[in-house]
Design a protein around this ligand. Structure first.
Ligand SMILES: *Cc1c(COP(=O)(O)O)cnc(C)c1O
Length: 442
């Protein structure tokens, strides 16, 4: 990797620095969600002033090509006119009623049409809420307590999901956050992603007591790691065999990697493939707080007010958020949308790979639809432990060099990246050229 230009706090961040100081005085770490704080990469977070299309401008008026897109939701880029119009119209009709609306029905109909495994769903306000509720429902529907998750997959910050692997398959997980009592995670078994033998062993031991297996089918919270087709096939078989609900956390991948989500990608290789439940968020809100969980009718009917599993929300199905989500879904349903987005994203990954190779830098990457990841290593990792062997000082130098050149990647090596339909071929070329300059030590 090329030498550092030590740009951690460059002179052009002055107003960002002032704002960060003010923020830190009142908001823990100066941010309302931890990864925004640049703790992993060092330096001062950029305070965003405005955004349009594929770009945002920071507090100093500097422009960046945005490869975060609010961590996935902004699949159409910022300020896409039909979405803005829908939101403006909705705002004039009222912000929130706490009573049902037609748009909630329309959005539910749209989601059920696009994701065939979902027969019924409920709207909520965040991915955390959706996966937490999906797990309660899975437990309520099966009458079982244990859940299986995988190391490196993130499902929001509900207590039972903030867990890392215990010392063996017989011992359940350990909390990854203070404030989570060990008793709260005693039913959460954490396994290695893509490890079929361990999965089989876990089901043999605990399958009959397990309510659900929750997985990010293409993990975007340990950079970008796909579940292999044989692994996913085995997850499906074992869940079916043991009466365990297979829960796809598609908060990130839903409407992002394909119109039908990652499940439609696996269904190409595994005929008839379907999860039992799906968790959605990010893109379905188009940038507004909106998420959902859904699944088979039999399971979803266990939810209050029909069934015994309680779940509720004051702002659930918010009229402005549903307007934004619906308008977004309509735009991405247009013919050819994902072909073009996938092609653009692939051109970014292949461009970066090419210039890294020219400079003799170990580099590899992968993408699906508008989601991508790259690694400063020779070969794509298959699990969290391997992702974490990345040379993080090298990543941090890359991140800051790109930031200086006006390219905004996720400020941590364990995050995926996102391309929107607003990114042009010129944006991709400029990005690849910036990377080429860095790799060449310029
Ligand atoms: C972002 C994310 C969540 C959490 O969603 P929030 O809206 O941030 O609560 C859950 N699961 C996955 C896979 C995510 O990427």
């Amino acid at each position: 990797m090329a030498p550092s230009t030590n740009s951690n706090i460059s002179s052009d961040t002055s107003r960002n620095t002032v704002l960060f100081e003010r923020a830190r005085a009142l908001i823990p770490g100066g941010v309302n969600s931890p990864v925004r704080a640049f703790k992993a990469v060092g330096g001062t977070p950029r305070f965003v002033q405005r955004a349009q299309g594929a770009y945002f401008w920071d507090a100093d008026g500097k422009r960046y090509i945005d490869y975060i897109g609010s961590w996935g939701p902004m699949i159409l880029g910022h300020g896409h006119p039909p979405v803005v119009e829908a939101v403006q119209k909705a705002v004039l009709e009222g912000f929130s009623y706490g009573a049902p609306t037609e748009r909630e029905v329309e959005l539910a109909e749209e989601i059920v049409k696009l994701v065939p495994s979902i027969e019924m769903l409920r709207l909520v306000s965040s991915g955390t809420e959706a996966s937490m509720s999906a797990i309660r429902l899975a437990r309520g529907a099966t009458g079982r307590s244990k859940i299986i998750k995988f190391e490196g997959c993130y499902h929001g910050h509900a207590d039972a999901l903030l867990v890392k692997a215990g010392s063996g398959l017989a011992t359940f997980g350990n909390p990854t956050s203070a404030g989570v009592p060990p008793e709260v995670v005693q039913h959460t078994l954490v396994l290695e992603y893509n490890h079929i033998a361990q999965l089989e062993e876990a089901f043999a031991l605990h399958g009959s007591n397990t309510a659900c297996l929750i997985i990010e089918p293409i993990a975007g919270n340990m950079n970008f790691v796909r579940a292999s087709v044989p692994f996913m096939k085995r997850c499906r078989e074992l869940c079916t065999q043991h009466g365990v609900l297979l829960v796809f956390d598609e908060v990130m991948t839903g409407f992002r990697v394909a119109l039908g989500g990652a499940q439609s990608v696996y269904a190409r290789s595994i005929p008839g493939f379907k999860p039992d439940m799906t968790v959605l968020g990010k893109v379905i809100g188009g940038g507004m707080p909106l998420a959902a969980f859904g699944g088979t009718r039999a399971v979803m009917e266990q939810l209050a007010p029909l069934g015994p599993v309680y779940q509720a929300g004051t702002l659930s199905g918010n009229p402005v958020a549903t307007a934004c989500g619906l308008a977004t879904l309509r735009e991405i349903s247009k013919p050819g949308f994902y072909e073009a987005l996938g092609e653009r994203t692939r051109s970014l990954v292949s461009g970066l790979t090419r210039v890294a190779a020219q400079a003799g830098i170990p580099f590899c990457g992968d993408s699906e639809g508008g989601m991508f990841g790259f690694f400063l290593m020779e070969k794509l990792p298959q699990n969290y432990a391997t992702v974490m062997t990345t040379d993080s000082p090298a990543f941090n130098r890359f991140f800051h060099a790109m930031l200086d050149k006006g390219v905004y990647y996720a400020p941590a090596l364990y995050e995926a990246g996102f391309v929107s339909s607003a990114h042009t071929a010129e944006d991709i070329e400029a990005t690849v050229e910036a990377a080429a300059q860095f790799f060449a030590g310029r």
